[in-house]
Design a protein around this ligand. Sequence first.
Ligand code: UD1
Ligand code: CA
Length: 464
Amino acid sequence: MENKNLAAVILAAGRGTRMKSDRSKVLHELCGAPMGRYPVHAARAVGADPIVMVIGHDPENVRNVFSSEKIGFVLQHDQLGTGHALLCVENVLGGFAGSLLLLCGDVPLLTPESLANLVEHHRTRQAAVTVLTVHQPDPRGYGRIIRQGEEVFRIVEEKDADEEEKRITEVNTGIYIFETPLVFDLLHSLSNDNAQGEYYLTDTVQMARDRGHRVCAVSVAERQEVIGINDRVQLAQAETVLRRRINETHMRNGVTLVDPEVTYIENGVEIGADTIIHPHVHLHGKTVIGSHCVIEPGAVIHDTRIADRVHIKASSVIERSEIGEDSQIGPMAHLRPGTVLRGHNKIGNFVETKKADIGLRSKASHLTYLGDSEIGADVNIGCGTITCNYDGVGKHKTIIEDQVFVGSDTQFVAPVHIGRNSLIGAGSTITRDVPPDALALSRAEQKNIEGWRLRERKKKTEDK
Ligand code: UD1
Ligand code: CA
């Protein structure tokens, strides 16, 4: 969306005392992203540029976490109120002429659609200030909206309100759009002569009116969108709302969620149509899943690309891996970072892989560890195979070429290179390279001692 002359300021300096946390409130996560990122993205989605965040508590960490967002930061040393907070950005936005969206870092659920509606409303009415409001059956704690028709007279804070004003249920969400430079002029004349001794941003409403400007209000349709997060109970409530929203988007895109109430998909995960996700699946980070996949209960998947028609069986854990099409994983497989399956693979129960590049159609069906390995196509890895990749000092590589058959209970003591189409006899400990087309065996030859049990038994009966 393009929106000329629109800037955004996100207030995030408050201590967030009720979170009882060492971290800034805006760093607490919702569906895998720090809370403060949601208003940044909503502002960007309606075309706001620049975007400036006012920070105060825990500023170093806040800057670090949002450093990739291409936003500006302004430090508010002492939190003297919302009006003072906005005044702090005058230095960086003082030269900006246009409309300024004011958002709160702790109101993460506001949608770009509602923001666009606020901008549109403000601009068509040529207002100097437009306040986003909401109807709260229980308005306690909020600033009340004193209206006359479409226009707003003033906003009165709970602590400064009389009995009649306290009965008003239309309240201030703390989200506004202001014309600049007017708003900075008004902020310079603010006083902190009120019940809380703070510089109230809300006082700019009456000041703008007194100077003959129009102040409008538009109310948000969904109350859930303007939930402010003050403690961890509200954090969990917001997470539930957001999770539901994410899950509904996937379902509308053609993904089956067997029980969306217990399916945990982080913001930004992509899933193709006709994929089926069973309960208690967790999809994290930059995970991308193709079409026609099945993800069974309890799978936990981080930052992984999964191609089409892949079947992830129950309780598998997959991290930073790539899984080619038509593969089957699990149950209870652990694919650790750097696993690449080229396609049509089978990785069965109790198989662990790490930095393993596994060719087309190759299989490891049971009880195996494949680390620091390059495995070709059509390789069969027998049950209980272990790549001994670590010698206590460094990690070493195992290379297994195409069409190798590895018998059960084999150890590869890396570095070791197995030529194509060779066969490793079950129970072997392979310490040297194997040429192509060979049979490699390394186990003590079997010895049979005939009649041994019978002689033993006879000895025992004689001893009695
Ligand atoms: C504010 C509004 C109130 C509204 C309510 C909605 C004022 C005076 N009142 O009240 O009308 O109903 O929000 O939640 O604005 N912040 C700073 N620096 C400060 C003070 C606050 O950055 O010096 C930030 C906070 O981090 C927070 C936001 O501003 O993100 C709102 O501050 P908060 O203290 O929650 O305002 P309320 O008193 O609840
Ligand atoms: Ca608040």
